[in-house]
Design a protein around this ligand. Structure first.
Ligand code: GDP
Ligand code: MG
Length: 163
């Protein structure tokens, strides 16, 4: 069985963009409007001859404000059930939100392997903003820009180390 890697995180942090970049094709739908993703999207991915299944757990669109948190929690629970490795994606420039904390709590309790991914760092120099994410308790954040394809090789190296 191929290892399963799930991407979780609140809407608009760049999960689907990251998914498409790793898979190398545009499968997941990315949009400026938060929460736009078809339900779970699966694809096969490969890095250095390591094959795995990647899942974008974006959620069902459209989110309404009142169901948003329960929906996100449900997605996190699905990821915990299915995943060997969880990519917990945050907006590296946006700071920690209460939703990030809720997701972190669920993931921490799961005991699964979690890699914290700070996305949207579009510059080569890592900004100080990312250090607050240590607080979430998943160790050193992995800094990437899915949009600009920065840091993805290092992220993939960390993913396959967990298999
Ligand atoms: P999702 O809701 O978490 O799946 O997020 P999407 O992948 O749909 O992206 C939400 C928005 O963030 C879109 O406008 C993307 O173009 C943008 N985005 C994604 N990754 C990056 C990035 O690395 N840098 C910047 N600046 N924007 C990004
Ligand atoms: Mg999405």
């Amino acid at each position: 069985m191929r290892p399963v890697v799930c991407i979780v995180g609140r809407p608009n942090v760049g999960k689907s963009t990251l998914f498409n970049k790793i898979v190398g094709r545009r499968i997941a739908i990315t949009e400026d409007r938060p929460g736009v993703t078809r339900d779970r999207i699966y694809a096969e991915a490969e890095w250095l001859n390591n094959y795995f299944i990647l899942i974008d757990t974006g959620g069902i669109e459209p989110y309404s404000d009142d169901i948003i948190l329960s929906q996100i929690k449900r997605q996190a629970e699905i990821a915990i059930d299915t995943a060997d490795v969880i990519l917990f994606v945050v907006d590296g420039l946006g700071g920690i939100t209460s939703t990030d904390r809720e997701i972190a709590n669920i993931l921490r309790k799961s005991g699964k392997e979690v890699l914290l991914v700070c996305n949207k760092i579009d510059t080569p120099k890592t900004p100080d903003e990312i250090y607050e994410f240590y607080e979430l308790g998943f160790g050193e954040p992995i800094v990437v820009s899915a949009g600009q394809s920065l840091g993805l090789g290092d992220l993939l190296d960390e993913i396959i180390k967990k298999f």
